[in-house]
Design a protein around this ligand. Structure first.
Ligand code: HEC
Ligand code: HEC
Length: 295
């Protein structure tokens, strides 16, 4: 007697709907499940529910595709271990693409993946998703580009594909990239230093070099110095840095700084030393100054 009732109940109300439909508002899924790692339990800053919600980690299928997705997730969140042969600095993909690449305005992967192939002004051509990922390896991770058929690349693509389950292709999803920040009259590194010391240094260090776990990996990633992204990375552009800061930092308090403060800190970070632009000769790197707008 009990069994059929239970089954009916299951079929009716309690059946969770896993099917990820497109960017529509789904309040029932806005609150992440308890199965998520703790750092994911963060609702996007303005208007929760307005953004595409990628599937949950617990829903990675238990088949061969799922195994590669899971591996790609590991490479993304712990590039230091699982993608080490291609990485030259101390960062992971998720150091900048927060919450495993899920966070709106943190270069979310579910908004990126369905947008490629896309035209890039940086390279002045249409690039594929794999080529875009290669760039983050070369510049953001100051390393070398995995080939398109490298197992690590295939796993990262599988993870990105899975995170985008149900997302529409070739449209600009809200939350893509890092948001917009108007350039103030003038951005001042001097003022930025003060704000940095009061809002950022407790985690990233007064010297900006980050803080490490006893095992040598970073708990708080470096913002400059030899273990940081290089001069050709997107983050080197003061505007992109200002956007990232405003939408994501201090960690746990997104959109708490003013646009002016974000720009000032971005300028302070911009004047620091970091690995050279690998596309240029040593001479050019050492003696020809770049402007905060270039990368
Ligand atoms: C130092 C910070 C940083 C790290 C580390 C980093 N990225 Fe990025 N990534 C960025 C920035 C900044 C952009 C946007 C740059 C731009 O287009 O101006 C970006 C863009 C992207 C895009 C395109 C996003 C879009 O909407 O078109 C993808 C895909 C991507 N990164 C994947 C990765 C992967 C995979 C890794 C690890 C292998 C990684 N990134 C590591 C900062 C980083
Ligand atoms: C509570 C600690 C904390 C505070 C405060 C904080 N951050 Fe971060 N920040 C982090 C962590 C942790 C990450 C990496 C995220 C991850 O790995 O999940 C990060 C990542 C970053 C990154 C991208 C990765 C890199 O190394 O380049 C930048 C840039 C950054 N923070 C800048 C700032 C700035 C600027 C401030 C002050 C406005 C700030 N952070 C305040 C913890 C913090």
């Amino acid at each position: 007697m009990l069994k059929p009732i239970l089954m009916l109940a299951l079929m009716w109300g309690i059946m969770p709907s896993f099917a990820a439909d497109s960017a529509e508002v789904r309040p029932d899924l806005v609150k992440p499940r308890a199965s998520l790692p703790i750092q994911l339990i963060k609702v996007p800053a303005p208007n929760p529910g307005e953004y595409f919600i990628p599937p949950y980690v617990a829903d990675i299928p238990e088949d061969k595709y799922g195994a590669v997705v899971e591996w790609g997730r590991k490479i993304f969140t712990d590039t230091q271990t699982y993608g080490k042969r291609f990485v030259g600095n101390g960062l992971n993909c998720s150091s900048c693409h927060l919450s495993e690449g899920r966070e709106p305005f943190s270069g979310p992967i579910w908004a990126a993946y369905p947008s490629y192939p896309d035209y890039r002004t940086k390279t002045r051509n249409v690039v594929t998703y794999e080529e875009r990922v290669q760039d983050c390896f070369k510049y953001s991770l100051d390393g070398i580009a995995p080939t398109i058929d490298a197992p690590e690349m295939e796993a990262l693509v599988a993870y990105s594909h899975w995170l985008s389950t149900g997302a529409p292709t070739n449209t600009h999803l809200p939350g893509r990239g890092f948001g917009s920040v108007k350039k103030p009259q003038e951005a001042q590194a001097e003022r930025g230093k003060d704000t940095y010391m009061s809002h950022c240094s407790q985690c990233h260090g007064t010297d900006g070099l980050g803080k490490k776990h006893p095992d040598g990996r970073y708990m708080f990633p470096p913002l400059w110095g030899k273990d940081s992204f290089n001069r050709a990375a997107g983050m080197t552009k003061a505007k992109t840095m200002a956007q990232f800061i405003r939408a994501n930092m201090p960690l746990g308090a997104p959109f708490s700084l003013s646009e002016q403060e974000a720009w000032d800190i971005a300028m302070y970070i911009w004047i620091q030393d970091r690995p050279y632009d690998p596309r240029k000769s040593l001479f050019v790197n050492m003696f020809i100054p770049v402007t905060p707008g270039q990368h």
